[in-house]
Write a protein that binds this ligand. Structure first.
Ligand code: C2E
Ligand code: CA
Ligand code: CA
Length: 788
């Protein structure tokens, strides 16, 4: 009652209201600043502490003084300026101390701060009252003073303790309310503790009333200014943090990657990109548990990029890459994490495409050579004695399809064939395209019969016709089968063997499918090796010509040299022509080889000091396949060799096949001025008719007659007959293979024109200088007639 009556009876109510406004406003601001002090650290904490101390001190002090202005005890009142100033300092320092204590880490520090605050309010009040002097007797009631102290301390402690609770809505005002209670209860209980007995009766209005009202307003203005500064700085700070929040939000929103902010497992915000990934509207994300969308892996991201999965609303698991950054909330109330979530589908698809391109044939999509070899190695390594068949497949007539219908149709046919093979696959089958019209297939088998069935299945799949340009386009296939582990011990050998079998299938008329057979295919393998060797020899200049002398029997002088081809081996030995010419003829390699021989022989002969004749062997293939007269002409011009020094040796076989064409070519050659000799005479079938068809310049009697000469009357008779024939046709005869003196003397006695053989000289690289023939030819007549 005493406090209440003091308030209503002794106070100017307007000014009291003003004090209340200051108190309430100040308390709200102080409570906020106190939270800031607690939430911030280091330098920021000092700034907030300073602001909080000034605002809190000003609030207490102004409330007190404006309330004092409102106090009308009915006596003259004055305030000692020094103590008044001290009271303000006490308020500010005390508030600062209270806030500093209240924001320590200790469990009870808010209460300690609150108690300090209550004591500060009290200290300020009673120091302020010490500055109060009135023209009266002032009596204090210790009970009231004690009560005021207790009230201030209790309310202060309660107010500061509020900081432990999170605040929203009306709860925000609990702490300021308690602060107001602490200030107000102290002030008015403190005022109630004071009894003023005027020493002299007062007449009329108390002087200085207006002045003290003005003073009150002045104090209030100063208080408001201080509070205004505090509010403004607080608002500015709020704005900057709101700005930075909205910048963060814009950043998140504008990102093409999915972004979200999470705190305690709950999504606070998510952007449109993330919502798009999840397949829900953006607003639906807020408040949802993060684990609803991201799997363990993705959620565990911490600083580093991790890959995880996002489960969309339709249940699709989307591979994502997640980066996370942890941050603290500005108000210090816990942590939050910012997630960047990137959709990996496009990148993974791209990676798969690249891998696919590297491992598959771009036309048909079938596995390519690389994949095939890997698959082979894998199956060989894992077969564990299990049989499987390897099919080497080569399309027949594919080149014709390309030529007749064009490459577009050819490509479509390859795709068609690939599709057909893929659709007829059974379990464990593997089909690859190695390039061009070559395919390979693998299938597990239990027997040869089983493998044969699989091959037939492949063949009929390939042979299925394709509709193109109003025509059925179709191709066949030659298939070679090699069986693992019967046919090879290594993957590469197995592939080779399947290839060999395929070549045989291609060559065979009766069948399109062949198994690898060691005996048959080894020969093929040797031939392929030899062919390859010939090619390399040609490229690397490993051929050589050796020269063998031809001599006249009558004069004993060398008349010419025959160029004989040698294939030089790396070890210095030579492979004789009989071992590679037939193969070179089959493969067509004889054409470039023959051209090389012709040119090399002419170059050599042109360099000789003595203009001997040079004899060059021609293959029948050369006669039928190239424009020989033009080539010979060109080489003669190139080398500058006189045409009459060149003699071309051809065998009968060249004549028989196409008599008319060949004789035509030979005539053209003769027109160039070169001479033509018939080689190996007597070994063919129709020697006489070929002699009639073309006017040869020389007959070379085959060397087999020489070796049989001794002891064989038939050989002697044939030699005599050939020599007679030559004489009557007026064609000189040269006897080959003369190895003995007996042979030589026999030939001389029979009137043979020329001889060639080991007796006169072996073929050698510098045959031209080989003159030992000379001695052997000077034979005495007696010996000769005896031999005859
Ligand atoms: P050819 O044209 O009948 O060549 C003569 C062959 O008889 C040569 O064998 C030669 O070394 C051999 N020979 C020479 N004197 C004697 C002898 O006294 N006794 C015996 N037993 N043999 C003798 P070569 O050099 O091995 O040539 C074999 C065949 O290869 C040649 O038979 C020829 O048909 C062919 N040839 C050689 N060089 C070429 C060439 O440049 N082009 C073509 N197309 N074929 C060639
Ligand atoms: Ca010859
Ligand atoms: Ca010969």
């Amino acid at each position: 009652m005493r406090v209440f009556s003091c308030l209503v009876e002794d106070h100017n109510l307007y000014l009291t209201a003003l004090a209340a406004v200051i108190c309430v406003l100040g308390a709200v601001i102080m409570a906020r600043l106190y939270r800031k002090v607690r939430a911030s650290r280091r330098r920021m904490r000092w700034s907030w502490l300073f602001l909080g101390a000034v605002a809190g001190g000003a609030t207490i002090w102004c409330t007190h003084f404006v309330a004092m202005m409102a106090y009308r005890p009915g006596v003259e009142i004055t305030y000692a300026p020094f103590l008044t100033g001290i009271s303000l300092l006490v308020a500010i320092v005390g508030c600062g101390l209270a806030m500093a204590m209240g924001s320590q880490r200790h469990r009870l520090s808010p209460e300690a701060g609150g108690v300090t605050f209550g004591l500060t309010v009290a200290a300020m009040h009673y120091v302020g009252m010490a500055a109060f002097t009135a023209d009266a007797l002032v009596i204090w009631s210790p009970v009231y003073v004690a009560a005021s102290l207790i009230a201030a301390v209790v309310f202060g402690a309660l107010a500061f303790a509020q900081v432990r609770n999170t605040v929203s809505g009306l709860k925000t005002y609990i702490a300021p309310g308690l602060l107001v209670l602490a200030i107000v209860s102290l002030h008015f209980t403190g005022m109630g503790a004071m009894t003023i007995l005027p020493l002299a009766p007062v007449e009329g209005a108390v002087t200085g009333d207006v002045a003290s009202a003005l003073l009150a307003v002045g104090v209030a203005v100063v208080g408001f200014l201080i509070l205004g500064v505090a509010i403004a700085s607080h608002a500015l700070e709020d704005q900057t943090s709101r700005d930075s929040n909205s910048r963060l939000y814009q950043l998140i929103e504008g990102s093409v990657d999915g972004m979200l902010v999470e705190s305690e497992g709950v999504i606070l915000i998510g952007n449109a990109a993330f919502a798009g990934l999840c397949g829900v509207p953006v607003d639906d994300l807020v408040g949802q548990p993060l684990e609803r969308w991201l799997d363990e892996e993705a959620r565990s991201a911490d600083g580093m990029l991790v890959q995880g999965a996002l489960t969309a609303s339709d249940g699709e698991a989307i591979p994502v890459e997640v980066a996370v950054r942890a941050a603290r909330r500005d108000d210090g109330a816990g942590h939050y994490r910012i997630f960047a979530v990137r959709d990996l589908r496009a990148r993974l698809a791209q990676e798969r495409r690249i891998v696919h391109l590297a491992r598959n044939d771009s036309l048909t999509g079938l596995p390519n050579r690389v994949s095939f070899l890997e698959e082979m190695e894998r199956r060989v390594a894992q077969s564990g004695g299990q049989q499987f068949a390897l099919f080497a497949i080569d399309l027949n007539r594919f080149k014709e399809v390309n030529d007749v219908y064009g490459h577009g149709v050819g490509d479509r046919l390859l795709i068609h064939v690939a599709d057909r093979m893929m659709t007829t696959r059974t379990e464990g089958d593997f089909v690859a395209r190695l390039g061009g019209d070559e395919f390979m297939a693998l299938t597990p088998v239990t027997s040869r019969l089983h493998a044969m069935e699989a091959a037939e299945r492949l063949r009929s799949a390939i042979m299925e016709p394709m509709q193109a340009d109003h025509a059925d386009v179709q191709c066949g296939a030659a298939i070679g089968i090699a069986l693992w582990p019967d046919d090879a011990r290594e993957a590469s050998v197995l592939i080779n063997n399947a290839d060999l079998a395929m070549y045989r299938a291609k060559a065979a008329l009766a069948t399109d499918v062949c198994f690898y057979e060691e005996a048959m295919d080894e020969a093929v393998r040797d031939r392929r090796r030899l062919t390859q060797g010939l090619r390399e020899a040609l490229d690397n200049d490993r051929f050589e010509l050796h020269y063998q002398v031809q001599a006249s029997l009558s004069t004993g002088k060398a008349t010419g040299f025959e160029a004989l081809l040698r294939w030089k081996q790396p070890d210095g030995s030579y492979i004789p022509p009989d071992q590679f010419i037939p193969l070179a003829e089959e493969t067509g390699l004889i054409l470039p080889i023959g051209e090389w021989v012709l040119r090399a022989a002419c170059v050599e002969a042109a360099s000789w000091a003595v203009p001997h004749r040079i004899a060059v062997n021609l293959s029948p293939v050369q006669l039928s396949h190239i424009d020989l007269p033009r080539l010979v002409h060109q080489i003669l011009i190139e080398t500058g060799l006189k045409p009459e020094r060149l003699e071309l040796e051809i065998t009968e076989t060249a004549m028989i096949a196409e008599m008319e064409r060949t004789t035509h070519i030979l005539r053209q050659l003769k027109l160039l001025g070169v001479s033509v000799a018939m080689d190996d005479f007597g070994t063919g079938y129709s020697s006489l008719s070929t002699l009639r068809a073309f006017p040869f310049d020389k007959i070379k009697l085959d060397r087999s007659f020489m070796s049989e000469l001794e002891g064989s009357q038939q050989s002697k008779a044939i030699i005599r007959a050939v020599l007679a024939l030559g004489e009557s046709l007026d064609i000189p005869v040269l006897a080959e293979g003369v190895e003995t003196r007996t042979q030589l003397e026999f030939l001389r006695a029979q009137g043979c024109d020329e001889v060639q053989g080991y007796l006169l000289g072996r073929p050698s690289r510098d045959g031209q200088n080989n003159t030992d023939a000379q001695a052997d030819l000077t034979v005495d007549a007696a010996e000769a007639s005896q031999a005859a």
